[in-house]
Design a protein. Structure first.
Length: 108
């Protein structure tokens, strides 16, 4: 794979990561899942190649910058989904408590 192609693929991964973060911010959970699946394919493509450093220091630095930005976007998604998961856990706990209460007072 040519250096320019590798950089381009990392840029596409970063763009997909940004879209994932936006979907998480906007509570578009189904979109987030679909974006993650598409991004996984991009990551698989780029990691299938050997990870040898580029001879050009500027291009190697660009690649490293892209990887750091991808990881930062992942952390943002993780933070946003953790909040959502906590909310969902609270809702499920409430529903379970209601069911227990309903069973306790069932007649029959």
């Amino acid at each position: 794979m040519q250096v320019a192609e590798v950089i381009s693929r990392y840029e596409h991964i970063l763009a997909a990561s940004g879209e994932m973060a936006l979907a998480a911010e906007e509570n578009r959970w189904e979109d987030l899942i679909n974006l993650e699946i598409a991004r996984r394919d991009l990551i698989n493509d780029v990691t299938a190649e050997s990870a040898t450093p580029f001879a050009d220091a500027a291009l190697q630095a660009r690649k490293e910058t892209l990887i750091r930005a991808i990881l930062a976007a992942d952390e943002q998604v993780k933070s946003l989904t953790a909040t959502w998961m906590a909310e969902m856990e609270g809702i499920l706990t409430s529903v379970q408590a209601e069911r227990k209460l309903a069973r306790a007072y069932e007649t029959g």
